[in-house]
Ligand binder design. Structure first.
Ligand code: C2E
Ligand code: MG
Ligand code: MG
Ligand code: MG
Length: 284
């Protein structure tokens, strides 16, 4: 017959549970299970030197692949993970994946550094320094190949609690980058006291600067502020050739964005890198 089978109560409970997951995929159970079953993976987005247009670094961007729901972006679960004790295990997993990839690229002659996003909360709660140096040693990587990008997403003030850890990392040779500058909670005090080597201009200003004089003024002044404090400045969110050209003219050091390269799988990054680095003139 073509009449559908009547639903049993057990089917209904499963159905309700599934619907519940669709409306709210992030929970303690789902994050634990994602870690246990290795459902996290990384995409890599290049940073180029604007004056030479050559790749210098890649940023590891976390993705969660759920078997039922597909790919869940970090904006959907990082905050929850920070508040519920999952951020440390997730970050150690990210660092492990990013550093093994970096080691493979190093031995393949793909000379780039690796940037990893770190929640500010980790610096006050865990020994980021010990774990970082252990992982670097395990993968036989020079500390100068690593940049930690810090975003203050949680309560203001966390960054300062980690000041000692950050200073130890810098002494070790790891680079520290202040992410999303201009829209996060970071203050001038932090810029003054924390030994950052890189400043990232938030993409909100980059995306508007060609049509909005105030956004343009902010980008210009963040570049000059960062550089006068001895930092290299990265513009994120470069989406057009015009953005890239304007930033080059403003003297911005590095650039990142969809116009240059979207976040890619490791394999796609290798293809992208080979194209970018192939010499334009063939030397006989
Ligand atoms: P972020 O570190 O500022 O990374 C830049 C975000 O902007 C990425 O989103 C990237 O895909 C996106 N993006 C890059 N270029 C462009 C562009 O030209 N136009 C536009 N519209 N967007 C662009 P994604 O991958 O969804 O990551 C979002 C945020 O999640 C990151 O912002 C970072 O704060 C956080 N995140 C990512 N991975 C990790 C991680 O492993 N740990 C922690 N704690 N946070 C992470
Ligand atoms: Mg970042
Ligand atoms: Mg950013
Ligand atoms: Mg951002």
């Amino acid at each position: 017959g073509f009449l559908p089978k009547p639903l049993k109560l057990t089917d209904l409970t499963t159905l309700v549970a599934q619907l519940d997951r669709v409306s709210n995929p992030v929970s303690n159970d789902s994050l634990n299970s994602a870690l246990e079953n290795d459902h996290f993976f990384l995409m890599y987005q290049p940073k180029i030197d604007l004056s030479s247009a050559t790749p210098v670094s890649v940023e590891a961007l976390l993705r969660w692949k759920d078997p039922d729901l597909g790919i869940i972006p970090p904006d959907k679960f990082i905050r929850f993970a920070e508040m519920n004790g999952h951020i440390a295990p997730i970050t150690w997993r990210v660092m492990e994946m990013a550093m093994s990839q970096l080691a493979r690229w190093q031995s393949a002659g793909i000379r780039v550094t690796m940037a990893i996003n770190m929640s500010a909360v980790l610096f006050s709660r865990t020994d980021v320094c010990d774990i970082t140096s252990r992982l670097l040693a395990e993968h036989q990587l020079d500390p100068s190949l690593l940049t930690l990008e810090l975003t203050e997403t949680a309560e203001v003030g966390n960054l300062m609690l980690g000041l000692e850890t950050m200073t130890r990392l810098r002494i070790m040779g790891v680079d520290l980058s202040l992410d999303d500058f201009g829209t996060g909670h970071a203050s001038f005090t932090q810029l003054y006291q924390i030994p950052f080597s890189e400043l990232k201009v938030d993409r909100m200003f980059v995306g508007k600067m060609h049509q909005d004089p105030n956004a343009y003024a902010i980008v210009r002044n963040i570049i000059s502020l960062g550089q006068s404090l001895g930092m290299r400045v990265v513009a994120e969110g470069i989406e057009t050739e015009q953005h890239q050209q304007m930033l080059l003219e403003m003297g911005c050091n590095l650039g990142q964005g969809y116009f240059i390269g979207k976040p890619m799988t490791a394999e796609d990054f290798e293809t992208w890198f080979a194209k970018r680095c192939s010499p334009h003139e063939v030397v006989p």
